[in-house]
Structures are given as structure tokens and as C-alpha cells.
Design a protein around this ligand. Sequence first.
Ligand SMILES: [Zn+2]
Length: 151
Amino acid sequence: MRYAELFLSNTMLGTAMTSSLDSTSCASCGAPINEASSTLPTERNPCPSCGSIARSFGVHIQETLVIREKIGMKQERPGYRKPIYESVSGDDLHRDTGQWNKLTREIDRENNRYKEVITNPHNGEVLRHCEEPLTDHFGRGSAKPKPSNGS
Ligand SMILES: [Zn+2]
């Protein structure tokens, strides 16, 4: 009986806010006035409806919610110390560029397979594609020195 676990990690929320000053109206009667918001009070023309020079400015604020997340899966099997299958996919922050990329990583210990694909979410460009036997992937590092004849 296999045991599979689904996990969600690295969920981050951020907001991007943009505001624009985009309407001018009379503060007394509310009539829209075609006048730049930067116009000095002394240079304003009286409101065509009521003659007031008081103005009210409308500010539109737009807020965008940004969600970054990573979803992963682990499959364990009794008798194995490590999960026989792991996968992660989601948003990945590239530290050097500060850019968010899409990451998919699979570790399949049963079939000795390692796969990692990183793409640019804006244009779909593949930034990194690595697919190799798991033993090669981890054998390359410092964890497992190459077997040698004592030299
Ligand atoms: Zn007015």
C-alpha cells in the first residue's frame, strides 16, 4: 500500500498597488470640470454650474493580489527511508535576478530519474532543463566522491 502526501509550501501573498489621479470635479456641486488637478487655485476658473473654485479630486486605487505558491507531492513506501517519488511545482524565486520562475522538479527513486525544468512564466522560455539518472545527479556533488583506487 502506497502512501502519498500532498503538501503546499512557500505560499506568499503580496499586493501591488497603483493609484491614479484621474478626475476633477467641483467640490460644491459635483459637476465634472475639465481641468488638470495640478492647476493652482488662483488659476482655476469658476465652476460653470455654481461659480465655486473649490475642487475635489478623484483617486482610483487599484490593488492586485499576487499569489506565489509551490505544490508538491511525496510518495512513501514502507521499507524505504526516503520517499520513492517526490515532485514539486510552482513559483520559484531566482535569487540572482529576483525574478519569479516556474519550477517543476521530479525525483523518482524507483526509476532512478531526476527531472528539473525551469521556465520563464512571461514568455515560456526554458531557462533550465535537466533530466538525468538520479545517481548521476547526486553522484556529481561532494556527497559521494568518485570511487578511486586510493590515489
Ligand atoms: Zn459647482
